[in-house]
Design a protein around this ligand. Sequence first.
Ligand SMILES: Nc1ncnc2c1ncn2[C@@H]1O[C@H](COP(=O)(O)O)[C@@H](OP(=O)(O)O)[C@H]1O
Ligand SMILES: [Mg+2]
Ligand SMILES: [Mg+2]
Ligand SMILES: [Mg+2]
Length: 386
Amino acid sequence: MHISLNWLRFVTPSTKKPPRFHLSCLPSSSSCFSSVVFAMSYDKEIAAAKKAASLAARLCQKVQKALLQSDVQSKNDRTPVTVADYGSQALVSFMLQHEFPGEFSLVAEEDSKDLRKDGAQEIVERITKLVNDSLTIDGSYSVTLSTEDVLKAIDSGKSEGGSQGRHWVLDPIDGTKGFLRGDQYAIALALLDRGKVVLGVLACPNLPLAYISDANQHSPNNEVGCLFFAEVGGGTYMQPLDSSSTVKVQVSAVENPEEASLFESYEAAHSMHDLSSLIAQKLGVKAPPVRIDSQAKYGALSRGDGAIYLRLPHKGYREKIWDHAAGYIVVTEAGGVVTDAAGNPLDFSRGKYLDLDTGIIVTNQKLMPLLLKAVRESLEEKASSL
Ligand SMILES: Nc1ncnc2c1ncn2[C@@H]1O[C@H](COP(=O)(O)O)[C@@H](OP(=O)(O)O)[C@H]1O
Ligand SMILES: [Mg+2]
Ligand SMILES: [Mg+2]
Ligand SMILES: [Mg+2]
């Protein structure tokens, strides 16, 4: 693979991730010292998660390529994203269950209800072919799943999560709107252990390997396809989706908000752009916001492309854990901080939903106090103007 100068920018002296064990405290302990236990490292889980997310990314790329090449495709036809969404979820679910056949719990976005309705047989067959082609593509599996196997694999994602035991958390395509537009999307997979996110993998098939800004995000010269992964206490790493050359990444060290660049959703329906522009104005941020879809924003932030991510949904919206779990650990292990708009840490232990005060904000440790102040003032200003 051609390694560009931009790629080398991310390389740190330690590019090889050593195998690791780490200490953890039992959640019920009153004193850390009295009940320190040796926890297994999650190396086997992270290897399986990387493989599953990478294969799912290939499946999605194949569908997106066909979608963009097809000129008969109606703009409103959601079939391609439907096929890729379900296919990605079936593939990841099957691979994880194959790897961890004992107790298995998956909290995932999709279910098979619509696929079991009359008239859905053709689409289920398309999904099944896609999944089988993907599983056998590199010779790792020699299985042929039936349509019922695929529906069952999709429905394995019905777990509610929670604070006990282990739960995989999957968004098979995050950024469906971006996927349909030919823009950014991500396959986001994380593992919860006793309510905490302990590992996360983000496959971002359209994210340039090089630094992105508002100006260059659609440059045709950019090589694209990034895989981010992080394990609790072990830092965040990035590799090209088609290679294993891994680099450790860090969030931006920018301390002056005037030099910070700010990421937000492309879709104004997902995050209030007027509110984030007020916050940016208060901070003195000079650059225009970088608007991209999906948890690719967390990936880009983890390597310092921007310094701030604001997600301020409209009133009443409830965030789901699969939209944030993988991105959260990718950013925090790279040195970033993720809180709600009141500065509270995110709690992934309460089931499918995150109970939040107003929104999610992400930045580095140095900028967080300034950002929180600007967010609070902007929210107050907005409330008093209503
Ligand atoms: N009204 C809304 N407000 C906030 N988020 C929303 C929303 N409607 C959908 N979403 C979520 O926003 C996610 C995409 O985020 P982003 O704007 O960062 O690309 C979607 O994930 P899916 O595409 O997996 O459904 C969906 O869960
Ligand atoms: Mg999503
Ligand atoms: Mg999704
Ligand atoms: Mg969705």
